[in-house]
Design a protein around this ligand. Structure first.
Ligand code: ATP
Ligand code: MG
Ligand code: MG
Length: 548
């Protein structure tokens, strides 16, 4: 394997470690807002933050960025922790931005005391108008020059619930002429009479993201705070707060968000898909969520390998989902048990096998894994093969079954098609075949050479199973960049359900087991699976759509 070169964050960290900055200490954080389930974009951020800590002997805090009481919920907190563990990452500390509400309140007062923050009574519209445009400087608010005492009193009043929602805000006093709009006296606290999932009704004022994130980093002693590109313009403000508050100078670095083809990645949009019933839940196997991918049968390893492979960029980009599927297939090929399933059954009667006689055949569980052993599958008088593996009038070089021709049944015997039984109307009802007793796989003394090998399932012992086959959730590569609402581009045929016959061993499938249904793809028991009601999800097909 070729050593890859350092990415830009690694270069920064190596330089910092070399120069002795922070005494060689490295602490990153992963800061999800608990307002939805984690998606594959988060996985990229997780692999980056935890990966850096692992590589350089540091730590990573899991911090719930829970400063917006309205959209957040403990259901999301629990799912995020579960997904992180499943991906294989252990956090150093579990933190909540809401635990810093007292400290942040004091920081706000410190700014007021330093003459760097003021209570503004302007309406949202007035503030927006006075803010100006990127090309025209803003105008200072008439409330900008309140005294420190007056500001402290009003801010306490805000916290006490003396004022109505929207009537007042606390703003940082920076520069209404800055070319960076975020520096034009940003709002740092607003009144919100909302119940918070952790602090209940203790607070009726909540800090804005920009007044919480950098300070939380600083309180925790985060050395490298890595976020996505839309925060580039926030960095100036991030640094300003830490400098004016005279607290630990965490540093923010930005990389490009991950976007994947044929899906959307914003939690707001994913929530719409769930709430409006376009998918069944956050963990619907068509969702780009970690829980959806897990239910679909993707492995943690394949997701981590994918994130490592795509690396990090400074420009936004759209990654082909087939690259992710490539890593899924790579991992599953090594680890899945091979079994036989027939999706579109055609009955075959073995005329020379007496009724009630079974011939146990030994099949390899996984040729990629010598430890995986063998299992016995009974060859019986009636079996199913795929309808597509038989042709009445085959073209030249057709190596599967046709009248008078032979094919090998995987792990069992060579059979010859002696007779085709048709329904009225000409469709094929069943085949009458004879098997060659001396041709058993592994002990073949028949001397007959056949090119085709097909899978089969005993009609008397095989089990009926529901198979859920998924297609892309959207019809276009980048639904978010298309005209109109992204939901106009939903693929209405993204789920196909069929009934298949599968080997009896699949009755004992357990959550997390991975199977290759020979010649059909990779499959995993769904969360709806039970021994009485077999349900499998198709994870990915066998064919490689992408070469690396
Ligand atoms: P969304 O738009 O989905 O709500 P978000 O950035 O608001 O995304 P957070 O829960 O705040 O979601 O994200 C937690 C961390 O994951 C942040 O550091 C964020 O930058 C990162 N992250 C989120 N989405 C992506 C993505 N598509 N690619 C890379 N990192 C991401
Ligand atoms: Mg966020
Ligand atoms: Mg968000």
């Amino acid at each position: 394997i070729k050593e890859r070169s350092l990415n830009f964050v690694e270069e920064i960290i190596e330089a910092d470690l070399k120069s002795g900055k922070h005494n060689g200490r490295l602490l990153t954080r992963f800061p999800p807002e608990p307002n939805g389930y984690l998606h594959i974009g988060h996985a990229k951020s997780i692999c980056l933050n935890f990966g850096l800590a692992q590589k350089y002997g540091g730590g990573t805090n899991l911090r719930f960025d829970d400063t917006n009481p309205v959209t957040e919920d403990t259901e999301y907190v629990d799912s995020i922790k579960n997904d992180l563990r499943w991906l294989g990452f252990n956090w150093t500390n579990e933190m909540y931005a809401s635990d810093y509400f007292d400290q942040l309140f004091k920081y706000a007062k410190k700014l007021i005391t330093k003459g760097l923050a003021y209570v503004d009574d302007s309406s949202a519209e007035e503030m927006a108008t006075l803010k100006g445009t990127p090309n025209a400087p803003g105008v200072e608010s008439p409330f900008r020059n309140r005294t420190v005492e007056e500001n402290l009193n009003l801010f306490d009043g805000m916290a006490n619930g003396d004022f109505a929602e929207g009537s007042r805000v606390l703003r940082a006093k920076i520069d209404m002429t800055s070319s960076n709009m975020l520096m034009r006296d940003p709002i740092i606290y607003r009144i919100k009479f909302a119940e918070h999932h952790r602090t209940g009704d203790k607070w009726c004022i909540y800090p804005m993201y920009d007044f919480a994130h950098g300070q939380s980093d600083s309180i925790e002693g985060i050395t490298h705070s890595i976020c996505t590109l839309e925060f580039v313009s926030h960095r100036e403000l991030y640094d300003w707060f830490l400098e004016k508050l005279e607290i630990f100078p965490s540093k923010q670095y930005e990389f490009a968000r991950l976007n994947l083809t044929y899906t959307v990645m914003s939690k707001r949009k994913l929530l719409q898909l769930v709430n409006e019933g376009h998918v069944t839940a956050w963990d619907d196997p068509r969702m780009p969520t970690i829980s959806g991918m897990r239910r679909r049968g993707y492995t943690a390893k394949s997701i981590v390998d994918f994130c490592d492979r795509i690396g990090i960029q400074k420009r936004d980009n759209l990654i082909d989902v087939s690259l992710l599927e490539f890593f899924v297939r790579e991992d599953l090929n090594k680890t899945s048990t091979r079994v036989m399933a027939v999706f579109d059954p055609l009955k075959v009667v073995i005329t020379n096998l007496p009724d009630g006689v079974v011939e146990p055949c030994s099949l390899e569980n996984n040729p990629e894994d010598p430890e995986s052993g063998h299992r016995l599958v009974n060859f019986t008088k009636e079996i199913y093969i795929e309808r597509g593996d038989f042709m009445k009038e085959p073209p030249a070089k057709y190596f599967r079954l046709s009248p008078g021709k032979m094919v090998r049944l995987k792990g069992a015997y060579i059979i010859q098609c002696d007779e085709v039984i048709e329904n009225e109307g000409g469709s094929i009802k069943e085949l009458r075949c004879s098997y060659i007793p001396s041709s058993k796989s592994g002990a073949d003394e028949s001397g007959i050479k056949v090119k085709g090998v097909i899978q089969w399932v005993s009609a008397s012992e095989g089990l009926k199973s529901e198979i859920r086959i998924y297609d892309r959730l959207f019809k276009v590569e980048d639904p978010s960049s298309e005209e109109g609402d992204f939901k106009e581009y939903i693929n209405e045929n993204s789920l196909e359900i069929i009934t298949a016959y599968v080997e009896p061993v699949l009755k004992d499938a357990k959550p997390g087991d991975r199977y290759q249904f020979m010649r059909n793809g990779y499959f995993v028991p769904d969360t709806d699976f039970s021994p009485e009601n077999l349900v499998f999800n198709k994870t990915v097909g066998l064919k490689e759509g992408f070469k690396v």
